[in-house]
Design a protein around this ligand. Sequence first.
Ligand code: IDP
Ligand code: MG
Length: 139
Amino acid sequence: MATNRTLTIIKPDAVSAGNTGNIINDIIKAGFKIVAMKLVHLTAEEAGKFYEVHKERPFYKDLVSFMSSGPIVPMILEKENAVADFRKLIGATNPANAEEGTIRKKYATNVEKNAIHGSDSDENANIESRFFFAVTEEV
Ligand code: IDP
Ligand code: MG
């Protein structure tokens, strides 16, 4: 079942570099509507919980430290085919492999500090939206 919402996070590297406004502009220009948004600074424990699926990966510890290093901007976005279309808009995990014009190509520094998160499935869009927001309906 395809839903029309996804969860994104503008990551600490992009927020601290002053790219929040430009990234939000790209998201809106691509046809996404912002349904919820806030600025929050996660503790290491909270960041660890958000990325729990990656806890066996070699980069987990660094990722948790990076994601709790400064403020981030999570948002729930709405658009037809939101999850897949948003993954396309942000580009590959490693900006070196990201297509021209994608958010990661434009704003990411490297495979870890890659500017932005996008849910990888409708199920995770729901779980991740509930992590940050008091969502009462199916995302
Ligand atoms: P995704 O964000 O494109 O879905 P995932 O594989 O789910 O990529 O990884 C989650 C996050 O972990 C990435 O966005 C990136 O910040 C970080 N990451 C992924 N692979 C590596 C790596 O090989 N080295 C360091 N950090 C990584
Ligand atoms: Mg992922």
